[in-house]
Design a protein around this ligand. Sequence first.
Ligand SMILES: CC(C)[C@H](C(=O)O)[C@@H](O)C(=O)O
Ligand code: SF4
Length: 466
Amino acid sequence: MEKKTLFDKIWDAHVVRSVPHGPDVFFIDKHFIHEVTSPVAFLNLEKRGVGVLYPERTVATPDHNVPTIDQDKTIKDKLSRMQVERLRENCERHNIELHDLGSAHHGIVHVIGPELGITQPGMTIVCGDSHTSTHGAFGAIAFGIGTSEVEMVFATQCIMQVKAKKMRITVDGELGKGVSSKDIILYIIAKISAAGATGYFVEYAGSAIRALSMEARMTICNMSIEMGARGGLIAPDETTFNYLKGKRYSPKGEEWEKAVAEWRNLQTDEGAVFDKEYQFDAADIEPMITYGTNPGMGIKVKENIPSTDGMEGSNKKSYLKSLDYMGFAPGEPIKGKKVDYVFVGSCTNGRIEDIREVANFVKGKKKADNITAWIVPGSREVEKLAHEEGLVQILEEAGFKLRQPGCSACLAMNDDKIPSGMYAVSTSNRNFEGRQGPGARTLLASPLTVAAVAVTGEISDPREVF
Ligand SMILES: CC(C)[C@H](C(=O)O)[C@@H](O)C(=O)O
Ligand code: SF4
């Protein structure tokens, strides 16, 4: 029998029609939508006089440009207000489940999907958002689509897709103390570059991946896109099933048993062939931080910023331009650099486990005077748990400011902007020029490293801060 990868198995089960040498017509199980990439798709749908074929397969939440204070009041920013209102109208008109601002399950789309048990193994999931790859942590094919494809999914529940190439990244061994899944993914991207997985769908495997919680797996799949991949996925196992059991939309009773039995088959067959494979040793991974303007420009916190030795021409020029933006020089240590802001949040690291980690670290400590510390839960559910577990109190005592759920300073589409020229160490996923505000300088790191930076006021290795 043909040996299949996990990706092949899910893909093949969703092909509605294949055209020789053409893209496949591909069925979509779940469609998440948010306020930024859905309005034009709805508008075009209406122009064509077409409805949403399966509203029950569609779930909406406003997250990108919502304010993170006073969410119960009228939104002040005009564009944000219009987009959120449009989303409400469109959901009502088309009978789509909306987790509105202030409601119990409001939050970043990639945080609430898993939390509600909407995201399940074996599914195909899309959203007009690149970090849809997050949902792959459950053993699903999940990827971002453009607005015209959003329209296509509304109308037909299908899209046209050319099957991606397959890559497997295996990380074996045990992670050291103070090293987390964010360090794994920053390490991988630094190794293979921000374009290293272009054209591929990546399966993460190996004992270090298997040992991770669902939250930690989501962090890894989330950032697959930052190395150019279409998406990333991890085969479901007991960790996955335990996470999903009892969630609002998870199958119940006998249905649950049946589902788990099926999900157990969602594994790459032994001997299945990938187009490309990488192997890494968990023991080589240490706390990581980025120093440049793409997520591939990452080093271990203890290392120096790479020198220009061996660089030439346009490579060297763009490298120096990036360092110039960051205000760093080649060859200098990154540790000890002064920081102005820390941001804990986003669909990469805004989940309860991340907030627990930061709170545990800063308990009984105070943030440094030069630091403004923002903590933005990924969802209302995360916010609620953080209160119930006493984490909010710990964080506030340490000088952190808790804001309400949303994408916030991850992309600064709302008022949560890092001022120009200032340094922010952030748990988010992108460090592009201006990502966190015009002129803002972003360094990506794990929640633990961010907590260490908050306390010391400078780039620090969490293993050295007590
Ligand atoms: C606004 C949206 C389309 C965008 C994305 O697709 O990723 C955003 O979520 C981001 O992280 O940059
Ligand atoms: S939190 Fe950041 S990365 Fe995630 S969806 Fe929002 S803007 Fe995109």
